[in-house]
Design a protein. Structure first.
Length: 99
Protein backbone atom coordinates (compact mmCIF):
# COMPACT_ATOMS: atom_id res chain seq x y z
CA UNK A 1 0.00 0.00 0.00
CA UNK A 2 1.44 3.34 -1.00
CA UNK A 3 2.05 6.23 1.36
CA UNK A 4 -0.66 8.32 -0.30
CA UNK A 5 -3.19 5.52 0.11
CA UNK A 6 -2.28 5.11 3.78
CA UNK A 7 -2.67 8.85 4.38
CA UNK A 8 -6.02 8.87 2.55
CA UNK A 9 -7.17 5.89 4.63
CA UNK A 10 -6.12 7.63 7.88
CA UNK A 11 -7.85 10.83 6.82
CA UNK A 12 -11.01 8.86 6.00
CA UNK A 13 -10.94 7.19 9.43
CA UNK A 14 -10.35 10.54 11.16
CA UNK A 15 -13.26 12.19 9.34
CA UNK A 16 -15.51 9.24 10.17
CA UNK A 17 -14.51 9.40 13.84
CA UNK A 18 -15.12 13.16 13.99
CA UNK A 19 -18.55 12.83 12.38
CA UNK A 20 -19.42 10.00 14.77
CA UNK A 21 -18.42 12.21 17.71
CA UNK A 22 -20.44 15.10 16.29
CA UNK A 23 -23.55 12.89 16.20
CA UNK A 24 -23.01 10.81 19.32
CA UNK A 25 -22.00 13.58 21.72
CA UNK A 26 -25.32 15.47 21.62
CA UNK A 27 -27.20 12.16 21.68
CA UNK A 28 -25.29 11.02 24.74
CA UNK A 29 -25.85 14.38 26.41
CA UNK A 30 -29.60 14.17 25.78
CA UNK A 31 -29.79 10.56 26.98
CA UNK A 32 -27.75 11.29 30.11
CA UNK A 33 -29.99 14.26 30.94
CA UNK A 34 -33.14 12.15 30.63
CA UNK A 35 -31.56 9.31 32.59
CA UNK A 36 -30.63 11.64 35.45
CA UNK A 37 -34.12 13.12 35.35
CA UNK A 38 -35.67 9.67 35.64
CA UNK A 39 -33.36 8.78 38.54
CA UNK A 40 -34.46 11.94 40.37
CA UNK A 41 -38.10 11.06 39.76
CA UNK A 42 -37.52 7.52 41.01
CA UNK A 43 -35.81 8.70 44.19
CA UNK A 44 -38.18 11.55 44.90
CA UNK A 45 -41.62 10.10 44.33
CA UNK A 46 -43.12 6.68 44.78
CA UNK A 47 -45.03 7.20 41.52
CA UNK A 48 -41.73 7.50 39.65
CA UNK A 49 -41.06 3.76 39.91
CA UNK A 50 -42.89 3.27 36.59
CA UNK A 51 -39.96 4.95 34.83
CA UNK A 52 -37.39 2.29 35.75
CA UNK A 53 -38.68 -0.43 33.39
CA UNK A 54 -38.52 1.68 30.19
CA UNK A 55 -35.07 2.96 31.20
CA UNK A 56 -33.80 -0.55 31.80
CA UNK A 57 -35.24 -1.77 28.50
CA UNK A 58 -33.69 1.17 26.66
CA UNK A 59 -30.30 0.60 28.26
CA UNK A 60 -30.29 -3.13 27.52
CA UNK A 61 -31.33 -2.58 23.90
CA UNK A 62 -28.71 0.16 23.50
CA UNK A 63 -25.96 -2.02 24.96
CA UNK A 64 -26.98 -4.87 22.66
CA UNK A 65 -26.90 -2.69 19.55
CA UNK A 66 -23.58 -1.18 20.63
CA UNK A 67 -22.09 -4.68 21.04
CA UNK A 68 -23.36 -5.67 17.58
CA UNK A 69 -21.91 -2.47 16.12
CA UNK A 70 -18.51 -3.13 17.74
CA UNK A 71 -18.56 -6.74 16.55
CA UNK A 72 -19.33 -5.62 12.98
CA UNK A 73 -16.50 -3.09 13.10
CA UNK A 74 -14.05 -5.72 14.35
CA UNK A 75 -15.14 -8.11 11.57
CA UNK A 76 -14.46 -5.41 8.95
CA UNK A 77 -18.04 -5.15 7.75
CA UNK A 78 -17.74 -1.39 7.15
CA UNK A 79 -14.51 -1.45 5.15
CA UNK A 80 -16.12 -1.80 1.72
CA UNK A 81 -19.73 -0.69 1.91
CA UNK A 82 -19.86 0.08 -1.83
CA UNK A 83 -18.64 -3.38 -2.90
CA UNK A 84 -21.95 -5.29 -2.73
CA UNK A 85 -23.68 -2.59 -4.78
CA UNK A 86 -21.03 -2.81 -7.49
CA UNK A 87 -21.23 -6.62 -7.58
CA UNK A 88 -25.01 -6.47 -7.93
CA UNK A 89 -24.83 -3.91 -10.75
CA UNK A 90 -22.13 -5.94 -12.53
CA UNK A 91 -24.22 -9.10 -12.25
CA UNK A 92 -27.29 -7.28 -13.57
CA UNK A 93 -25.33 -5.92 -16.54
CA UNK A 94 -23.92 -9.39 -17.24
CA UNK A 95 -27.42 -10.93 -17.11
CA UNK A 96 -28.80 -8.20 -19.40
CA UNK A 97 -26.09 -8.92 -21.97
CA UNK A 98 -26.77 -12.67 -21.79
CA UNK A 99 -30.47 -12.31 -22.59
Amino acid sequence: MSTAAVQKNRRHHLITALLALAVLTPSLYGFAGKFIEFIHIYRGESDGVFAITPILNYLLASVGFFCLFCWAMMQGMFHNVEGPKQVMLDNEARLDQAS
